[in-house]
Design a protein around this ligand. Structure first.
Ligand SMILES: Cc1cc2nc3c(=O)[nH]c(=O)nc-3n(C[C@H](O)[C@H](O)[C@H](O)COP(=O)(O)OP(=O)(O)OC[C@H]3O[C@@H](n4cnc5c(N)ncnc54)[C@H](O)[C@@H]3O)c2cc1C
Ligand code: SF4
Length: 509
């Protein structure tokens, strides 16, 4: 099979996993091709326009997936350089030490990881430095053992500080959210605006994979980026044990790129879809799928957006996403089981509320939503969902991605939502509103190719190499054996750095 181009390493995807991997391998001098289906996100006024982002869906994919009933839906996903990290809230958490072990939950056991926290801790340190994370040691009762953060925590705005004091009076232990923001308050740095979570940063001050990793990587002559290039299939050699070429659609032209190593990081759903689309006589159920687990065990967190509303208390906070509450992470007030994590959320804009509200009661004027959200404080409540083999990604005969997902572990999430409602009422809010993406939640997708030591029960080994295909690695959140209940991306970054170091020593050294 002849290739149209040849590289030492091909990396597919430029998000938290792929972007970090490109950065980490760039200095090896290996000839690296990075493939990204989307384009660079332009710096433009629309970046910070709630209308462009939420009403016109300027940056959202228009791709449709199918849900478990076969109904098409547009996933909350973004395809472009930096992947979903361009739009993230930049909350960059380490998993808790307990998340690496088996943990009993109300609906079953969250399985152990094949590595312990201590194995990832040095890479979390490096990940935090690379993405400029700000936080405070010792404030969060669930923090794993760790050294200082690279930067001090972002201070709470006065309105949030007042709520933090109210939370303490309730006996809770609120802590600063660990955030990846570049040079806040400095010239050219982050201005702590109210259009961060779900918006790209107009001034490049968010620690995303594009700014922190891809741009520095492609400055090197050995790293090439192809945008608008979709990886269609991975084709193996005659033995079936190595990927020989990556078949891509580059701006309408189908090409085959040869590579000694192939590193896939398309996001947990799209990476599974890519391997399933790469079925061949040597791999009839999909590439690297001798375990039958590719696409299975999809998880995405149980997440509920909550808003505390007080008609007489205008909310003048601009940058609101600074507070975390982890008191119920490992056990609830009336339950021996973990409930999850609570964090303050970026400000809701009237148009965002209207877009959601119109799907429930159409026709309410924007002015009513503006009046409402200007008196609300926003929170996100997150619980762990458990891996189940029937929660899975499949592809149909036309290559369309289908997401079969039935949320589980719902009772503890309901308890956490109720507890948060009580907390917000005690803070004086008159009304508490909730909203959830339910079974179409994709932002924290993970688990579709879990890592482990046993090829019968895992797809990847503990360094994210396929058990079946020797030169294939997958470094997005596919490898997660469990979803934990904090934001996933710093763990993706840390593991990518760990895998890169392994590849450098074992494959490129
Ligand atoms: C609005 C929003 C807010 C979030 N906030 C946070 C947060 O505060 N903290 C946190 O930890 N996480 C957050 N997340 C989740 C976080 O962004 C993801 O966990 C992370 O980006 C996943 O990294 P990844 O490398 O797996 O995939 P992605 O970032 O999704 O990157 C995958 C890349 O692969 C490309 N791609 C896909 N398929 C192909 C193909 N076939 N060929 C070529 N390219 C392909 C895509 O275009 C994309 O660029 C948020 C997500 C969203 C959407
Ligand atoms: S300026 Fe700061 S708060 Fe605003 S989008 Fe950029 S990184 Fe986020």
């Amino acid at each position: 099979m002849t290739a149209d181009a040849n590289y030492d390493v091909v990396i597919v995807g430029t998000g938290a996993g792929g972007g970090t991997m490109a950065y980490a391998l760039a200095a090896t001098g290996a000839r690296i091709l990075v493939i990204e289906r989307g384009e660079m996100v332009p710096a433009e006024d629309d970046n910070w326009s709630p209308e462009a982002v939420w009403r016109d869906l300027r940056y959202r994919t228009s791709e449709r997936w199918l849900d478990e009933r076969g109904e098409p839906f547009v996933p909350y996903m973004h395809y472009g350089v930096g992947g979903n990290t361009k739009y993230w809230g930049s909350v960059l958490y380490r998993l808790r030490r307990e998340d690496f072990g088996a943990l009993a939950h109300e609906d079953g056991v969250s399985p152990a990881w094949p590595i312990e926290y201590d194995a990832l801790a040095p890479y979390y340190d490096r990940a935090e430095r690379l993405y400029g994370v700000r936080g405070e040691v010792g404030a969060d009762p669930t923090d794993p053992p760790r050294g200082p953060f690279p930067h001090p925590a972002v201070p709470h705005a006065p309105g949030m500080q007042a709520l933090v004091e109210g939370l303490r009076q309730q006996g809770l232990h609120p802590s600063p959210l660990p955030l990846g923001l570049l040079r806040p308050g400095e010239d050219g740095g982050c201005i702590l605006c109210n259009t961060c979570n779900s918006f790209p940063c107009r001034i490049g001050a968010k620690s995303d994979a594009d700014v922190c990793c891809v741009r520095p990587a492609i400055e090197r002559p050995n790293v090439t980026l192809w945008t608008n290039t979709f990886a269609r299939r991975l084709l193996t050699d005659g033995s079936g044990r190595r990927v020989a070429t990556v078949e891509v659609d580059r701006r309408g032209e189908v090409l085959r790129v040869g590579a000694a190593l192939v590193i896939v990081s398309c996001g947990a759903a799209n990476s599974a879809a890519l391997l399933l689309r790469s079925a061949s006589p040597a791999h009839p159920e999909g590439l690297a799928n001798s375990s039958g687990l590719v696409g299975r065990r999809y998880m995405a967190h149980l997440a509920t957006m909550m808003q505390g509303f007080h008609p007489l208390r205008p909310n003048d906070t601009v940058f609101q996403k600074t507070v975390a509450i982890n008191d119920y992470y490992l056990k609830g007030p009336d339950s021996p089981y973990p409930l999850g994590h609570i964090q303050s959320q970026g400000r809701t804009h009237g148009i965002m509320a209207k877009v959601v509200g119109d799907t429930i009661i159409p026709g309410i004027p924007l002015s009513a939503y503006n009046a409402w959200v200007s008196r609300g404080v926003d929170w996100l409540v997150m619980s762990e969902d458990l891996p189940h083999p029937d929660n899975r990604v499949t592809v149909d005969s036309q290559g369309r991605l289908q997401l079969h997902y039935r949320p589980n572990n719902l009772a503890p999430h309901g308890r956490l939502v109720n507890e948060t409602r009580r907390i917000l009422r005690r803070l004086g809010f008159w009304k508490v509103m909730t909203h959830s993406h339910k079974n179409r939640n994709t932002t924290h997708q993970c688990g579709t190719m879990c890592f482990g030591s046993d090829p019968a029960t895992s797809v990847l080994d503990p360094y994210c190499r396929s058990h079946d295909v020797a030169n294939l690695f997958v470094v997005d959140a596919s490898f997660f054996p469990s979803s934990a209940a904090v934001n996933p991306a710093l763990t993706i970054v840390a593991q990518a750095l760990r895998v890169a170091e392994h590849i450098e020593a074992e494959e490129l050294g």
